[in-house]
Design a protein around this ligand. Structure first.
Ligand code: COA
Length: 180
């Protein structure tokens, strides 16, 4: 799909329902067959709206950016902040990055990641790490963005053991776009 005109901006509390909708649809699209159905079904619009309204409103360590398209509204979101684990000396972290599945491949993921890197730089970070499910196809996206696999771990989610891979950027710079 061709790139669509979008604007990336800081999230406002009233964006919470749109952020929750993108988060849930992207989770269901990506993790069906990868994560336990029980975990996917436990996610509700009201629960996720409350979670994101609280995060955005708190203005704390986790900051949220949204990608907005004039006709469709919020079509992507990311959250970022200081790294939670000191893996390989990376000081910044992308905690979440989700695009509406109807808009995959339109350049929105790249735009959100680039804006989050710029914000991390403004907040004193010089590098970044992202943890992703080891089977998540997003790993190809992170490699296309210049990330390198730097660590592996196993975490527990609702009683299941989930393998994760970390991608790291030693500088806050994305790989340039490939020619199309
Ligand atoms: C991963 C994700 C954020 C990518 O967003 P996107 O808007 O579809 O990606 P873009 O259109 O910005 O693509 C950027 C580049 O990555 C490449 N790319 C994207 N997805 C890819 C994939 N699955 N395999 C290979 N390359 C991929 C594109 O070819 C593009 O290359 P270019 O910029 O050099 O032309 C999005 O697909 C998504 O939300 N997936 C589901 C949720 C998820 O897994 N999030 C990550 C959680 S850790």
């Amino acid at each position: 799909m061709d790139d669509v005109a979008i604007a990336v901006r800081e999230a406002r509390p009233q964006d919470a329902p749109g952020v929750a909708a993108v988060y849930i649809s992207s989770w269901h699209d990506t993790y069906a067959g990868i994560l336990p159905t029980q975990l996917l079904c436990a996610m509700t619009p009201s629960g996720q709206t409350a979670r994101w309204r609280a995060t955005i409103g708190a203005g704390g360590r986790e900051r949220v950016l949204v990608a907005e398209q004039s006709a469709a509204g919020i079509v992507g979101m990311t959250s970022y902040g200081p790294a939670r684990d000191a893996v390989g000396g990376h000081d910044g972290e992308i905690y979440t990055l989700y695009v509406d599945p109807n808009y995959f491949g339109c350049g929105i993921g790249r735009a959100l990641l680039g804006s989050a890197f710029a914000e991390l730089g403004r907040r004193g970070c010089s590098s970044c790490i992202i943890w992703a499910h080891a089977k998540n196809p997003a790993r190809f996206f992170y490699e296309a963005m210049g990330g390198r696999q730097v660590a592996q771990r196993r975490i527990r989610m609702m009683g299941d053991v989930v393998p994760e891979t970390a991608f790291g950027w030693s500088r806050l710079a994305l790989a340039p776009r490939t020619a199309h």
